[in-house]
Ligand binder design. Structure first.
Ligand code: HEC
Length: 161
């Protein structure tokens, strides 16, 4: 019998369960941060760790560098570590209730066009809290009318490596 390879392959593809791949740091988020943020947030431009940044914010702002976002560990500082919430507040598209319609000041770096920024925003949002959820902007401390983050909010973060 002559094997029809393409028919076999086609049936194998159909047999696979429909599965949405999780957003991961190494496949999706690291390349995005490298492309859009590394000019000001990577070791290659002498960007500081968040701890270093806090020691002399004025100097780093003058140098136009922000805390490093070029390793998984550095980024987590800004999401669920010492500076919990910083990433979400700065990158928010303005639709979070606490953002009051104003996008965070790093949102504009997510792309050249609104469509590109929205698509990249979705990737980082889904990486943090999972597809279909909207992230929280809460930090360790109360900020204006925004309460501190809860253990439940921390626990629902995905942040898959
Ligand atoms: C042109 C340079 C530049 C680019 C590009 C840039 N940033 Fe920034 N970022 C800064 C500077 C300078 C600061 C510190 C000043 C401030 O807080 O706004 C900062 C601050 C931040 C902070 C807040 C740190 C804190 O104090 O809590 C976060 C989070 C952040 N950036 C994330 C990003 C991400 C993610 C990207 C890529 C999508 C990005 N930034 C792109 C220059 C940049």
């Amino acid at each position: 019998m002559k094997l029809n390879l393409s028919a076999i392959l086609a049936s194998a593809v159909v047999a696979l369960p429909a599965m949405a791949a999780d957003v991961t740091y190494r496949n999706d988020v690291a390349p995005l941060l490298k492309k859009y943020c590394a000019d000001c947030h990577a070791a290659s431009v002498d960007a500081p760790s968040m701890a270093e940044f806090k020691l002399d914010e004025e100097k780093y702002k003058k140098d136009e560098v922000g805390p490093r976002t070029d390793t998984y560990e550095h980024v987590l500082q800004l999401i669920n570590g010492n500076s919990t919430g910083a990433f979400m507040r700065r990158l928010d598209d303005g639709t979070n209730p606490y953002a009051k319609g104003k996008p965070g000041n790093m949102y504009r770096y997510l792309g050249e066009t609104e469509a590109e920024r929205a698509a990249n925003f979705r990737i980082v949002n889904d990486w943090v809290v999972g597809e279909g959820n909207k992230w929280d902007m809460n930090g360790i401390k109360q900020r204006g009318d925004m309460p501190p983050i809860t253990l439940e909010q921390l626990r629902r973060m995905k942040l898959k490596y």
